[in-house]
Design a protein around this ligand. Structure first.
Ligand code: TPP
Ligand code: MG
Length: 566
């Protein structure tokens, strides 16, 4: 890059130099220097990220989220002033909760009323002004700032990128006043990667040693994992660790897998019976590792908490004990723990005895999961049956299943580290479909499914999503698990008031989504391949056809009739 360029375009060049492939954008009157600058940058022959027009901001942020999950490459989002940012704020709550790095920017309405180039030209210039626009996302970003001068672009984005990628990772935000975007930006620094290296933390060696001694000496150890093993290497290392030391692992409310579901040490989604007897519990990147209202641990239990932010310091109330705390990315911690544990003397007989017990329980749990899933094969069918069928279809393929009130984890029987992503524990619905789309866009060879409830599908702004999928050739397969209600809300009412008034009614108020729209028509409006499936017996064939459509490059949607759970 030799000559100055409009600041709005300079940002794109710098983002590419930082390794960003996509800018998910939803534009407005703050964008003229961005759009003009983008074309100027193209004409200068600069290497630029691909700008993707996304007609809803929640979808834009969620696409960046999903793209990062399958590639490990952070992406950027560019929104319109305060109004675009507030529409994207739920996506940021999700990215924050899941520790997903991304650079989010939004315009700032012009601060000048006349004379200066870029000053206010329409009434929204006044209407969108805020005293503190950053307040909208302050709690859900690691760093936030406003661009004051065009020559700051390179250095500020270096800093933003490095902070987003530091342990624990997370989103950052930069607001972009229109007058600054209109100014020429000097070329220095715009074409080089960040001069600032991200911080990667590692657990204290003494703490690793104590944790290793506790785990090797344990009679009844247990691992609870919610957010996977950190990387493919971490996944393999954790499987080896569980194998070598016969360590049972439970996927309690997990939104990624840490161990293949068929692994003999994978004991399912309910840790309660294991927790009650455990003498050492390794909590591996788990925000809410058990249900304190229902679970009583042994008095002499040693709880080890490990993860990028093992005490989840930005969560106000979280009192789970931590006798030993291991701070750092999960893969590094697993490697360090493994090395320390293998250096210690081992009671091999005890490990082998435990292996037999755990493997039997693991096997029995899988058999029960399968039987329950098969029993849900009717018309309408269960979510578990859909999961079982989907698991068969993806076997042997490079595939990822996104879940938002969708296919439950256990019957899917997945075995790859990046094969499953569930909505973050923040639960800002509308994430599943666009996250799956972001993943498919960033890794088109991958077979990608969005398995989502009918409520979640509507939260996703489906018309916007299908429009983007068609425009960008994103051949994602959407499975709408349609029970014609917000089942989770109804079940929550019935859980809190099991003998209550609401439960006694035929239709619990504020939870019904009847009459259900014909979602196949919503997707067909953007020329998706679609089918409605009402009988479980027809599902395997329908899934095969949907996958064929996706393999041929066309988005597909199955609207699947799901039985209400009582
Ligand atoms: C943005 C947002 N609004 C509301 C909620 C509250 N909520 C949690 S689960 C749920 C219902 C989900 O319905 P659906 O996707 O159809 O799944 P189901 O429970 O019926 O299987 C709602 C509304 C939320 N989590 N996020
Ligand atoms: Mg539903």
């Amino acid at each position: 890059m030799k000559s100055a360029i409009t600041a709005g375009g300079a940002i794109f060049g710098k983002l590419k130099a930082l390794g960003i492939d996509y800018v998910f954008a939803n534009s407005g009157t703050d964008f003229p220097p961005v759009i003009e600058g983008l074309v100027e940058a193209r004409r200068q022959g600069l290497d630029l990220p691909i700008p993707v027009t996304v007609p809803h901001e929640h979808a834009a942020v969620s696409m960046a989220h999903g793209a990062w999950q399958v590639t490990g490459r952070p992406q950027a989002v560019l929104l319109h002033t305060n109004v675009g940012l507030s529409n994207g704020a739920t996506g940021l709550i999700n990215a924050w909760c899941d520790q997903v790095p991304m650079i989010v920017m939004s315009g700032r309405t012009p601060v000048t009323e006349h004379t200066r180039f870029g000053a206010r030209t329409v009434p929204i210039g006044w209407g969108q002004e805020m005293f503190d626009q950053e307040a909208l996302i302050r709690e859900t970003t690691k760093w936030h700032y406003e661009l004051r001068f065009p020559e700051q672009i390179s250095d500020l984005l270096d800093r933003a990128w490095a902070i987003a990628n530091s342990t624990p990772k997370g989103p950052v935000y930069l607001s972009l006043p229109r007058e600054v975007l209109c100014e020429p930006c000097p070329p220095e620094g715009l074409d080089r990667p960040s001069r600032i290296a991200p911080v990667v933390t590692a657990p204290e060696p003494a703490a690793v040693q104590r944790a290793a001694e506790a785990l090797v000496g344990a009679e009844r150890p247990l691992i609870l994992s919610q957010r996977g093993a950190g990387s493919a290497e971490g996944f393999a290392a954790l499987a080896q660790l569980c194998d070598d030391f016969a360590l049972p692992l439970s996927h309690y409310w997990s939104n990624q897998i840490a161990l293949p579901i068929a692994h003999p040490m994978q004991v399912g989604s309910d840790p309660a019976p294991w927790l009650a007897e455990a003498d050492v519990v390794l909590v591996l990147d788990a925000l809410a590792p058990w249900f304190p209202d229902k679970v009583t641990l042994r008095d002499d239990v040693t709880v080890i908490q490990a993860g990028p932010d093992p005490l989840f310091s930005r969560t106000p109330v979280r009192m789970f004990p931590a006798a030993i705390t291991l701070s750092g990315p999960v893969d590094g911690t697993v490697a360090a723990l493994g090395a320390a544990m293998r250096a210690l003397p081992l009671d091999a007989a005890r490990v082998e005895a435990r292996r037999t017990v755990v493997a039997q329980a693991s096997d029995a749990a899988r058999t029960a999961v399968r039987a329950q899933a098969e029993a849900g094969r009717g018309a309408p069918m269960s979510k578990e049956w859909v999961a079982l069928c989907l698991g068969e279809v993806v076997k042997g393929r490079k595939a990822t299943v996104f879940h938002e009130l969708g296919c439950p984890l256990q019957p899917l029987m997945l075995d790859q580290p990046d094969s499953y992503f569930q909505e973050p524990h923040s639960g800002g619905l509308g994430w599943g479909l666009p996250a799956a789309m972001g993943a498919k866009l960033a890794d088109p060879e991958r077979l990608v499914f969005a398995t989502i409830g009918d409520g979640s599908y509507m939260f996703a702004n489906p018309t916007a999503c299908h429009q983007v999928a068609e425009a960008q050739g994103i051949a994602v397969v959407t499975l709408v698990l349609n029970n014609e209600e917000w089942g989770a809300v109804r079940q929550s009412v019935e859980g809190l008031y099991p003998d209550g008034h609401a439960r006694a009614t035929n239709e619990v108020p504020l939870t019904s989504l009847r009459p259900s729209p014909d979602f196949a028509l919503t997707a067909a409006a953007s020329r998706a391949w679609t089918k409605t499936v009402t009988d479980g017996a027809d599902l395997p064939a329908a899934l095969e056809r949907a996958v064929e459509a996706a393999d041929a490059g066309r988005q597909a949607l199955l609207n699947i009739a799901i039985a209400r759970v009582t």
